[in-house]
Design a protein around this ligand. Structure first.
Ligand code: MRU
Length: 347
């Protein structure tokens, strides 16, 4: 990859500002945890694994800059930062998973002392970062065989290097297949309202010289009908115990369309996206964002002033519509509940 989505710089966290892509490649230098939290909330950085990494780095940053004189104050202020991170975005479980890992290190302060704990928190944040790239490479290696020469691959939103510490999940599969010399074509849904597909997925693939065609979200069904799509690869923000999967709004429609047209629909995600505490997708919290994202297009109103709008940022695809889940541990097939449990037991 020719860019870094997020980078630990010792005294700050550098984030590639995804709000400005593809027009401008600009970085936000976060000097403290609150500016990292703001970057997550305002989607300067987005994508389930990437916001987990950002939250962890934000906590590490707060810790090393903490001036507390004793361990109790240090714990209190670092826990406050953990809470702040947890409140940034509700749907992607990777964020909570990463904060939990940081919290477990913080809990060791009583035995380790403040200075050692600070160093360990930095180490853990960097480990979360590094592991994510490795996990994505493994996912790519398992998933690449699903793509055949001449295929049309449809993807939604951005589940690429920009959405992770690097390489990507759904796009990781595409990168791995391409690196093997396979020739195929990617169709990227533009992904209203934030246009992650048009702005980010197309930007990433274009740089890697992978053939990509952007379509508006409402074109997917017709492309399937015309035989242009052979498989669908999407990322995930949270996967419940039974395999129900929350991902970017519009994913559910694609899954329904895929079922009708007999096209395999794959969810691609690391095991950090699993939430086995939830029995089904009904319990996944769905983020609702400002309706201005719907009523306006890049600052210009596109609806009558004052009209009602609705803006859920994610939807849940029922497990019955999912062909398989591609993880760093391999392909998970049905029955998902049993297979996912097995997977976690040897995690
Ligand atoms: O609102 P976003 O842009 O954070 O939503 C991102 C998605 O829905 C991705 O598909 C998902 O996080 C998987 S990223 C590997």
């Amino acid at each position: 990859m020719k860019f870094k989505t997020i980078e630990w710089r010792g005294d700050r966290v550098r984030i590639l500002d995804q709000r400005r892509l593809p027009q401008k490649v600009r970085y936000v230098d976060c000097q403290n945890a609150s500016s990292v939290a703001k970057a997550i909330r305002t989607m300067a950085i987005r994508g389930a694994p990437a916001i987990g990494v950002a939250a962890a780095m934000g906590i590490a940053l707060a810790a090393i800059k903490d001036q507390s004189k004793n361990s109790l104050n240090f714990i209190q202020s670092t826990e406050k930062v953990c809470r702040e991170m947890r409140q940034t975005r509700p749907t992607a479980v990777n964020l909570f998973w990463a904060v939990d890992r940081m919290q477990r290190i913080l809990d060791q302060v009583h035995t380790q002392g403040v200075e050692k704990t600070k160093a360990k928190l930095v180490k853990e944040a960097l480990r979360i970062y590094k592991e994510d790239v490795e996990v994505n490479r493994k996912i790519g290696a398992y998933g690449k065989r699903l793509i055949k020469n001449g295929d049309g691959v449809l993807t939604h939103c951005n589940a690429g290097a920009l959405a992770t510490a690097g390489y990507g999940t759904a796009l990781g599969v595409i990168y791995a297949a391409w690196a093997e010399g396979k020739k195929f074509h990617v169709f990227s849904d533009e992904t209203r309202p934030q246009l992650q597909g048009a702005r980010l997925t197309a930007w990433e693939l274009f740089q890697e010289k992978i053939p990509v065609t952007v379509i508006t979200d409402n074109m997917a069904g017709w492309l399937m009908k015309e035989g242009k799509i052979n498989l669908v690869l999407v990322g995930a923000d949270r996967i419940a115990r039974n395999g129900d999967t929350a991902n970017k709004i519009g994913t559910y429609s694609l899954a329904v369309l895929s079922k009708y047209h007999g096209i395999p629909f794959y969810v691609v995600a690391p095991t950090s996206t699993l939430d086995l505490t939830l029995t089904s997708g009904r319990d996944i919290p769905i983020e609702e964002r400002d309706i201005k994202e719907v009523t306006h297009f890049r600052g210009c109103p596109v609806t009558p002033k004052g009209v009602k709008a609705y803006n859920p940022a994610f939807d849940v695809t029922p497990h019955a519509l999912i062909h398989a889940i591609i993880t760093e541990k391999g392909l998970i097939r049905k029955p998902f509940e049993k297979e996912l449990k097995k997977l976690i037991e040897d995690r």
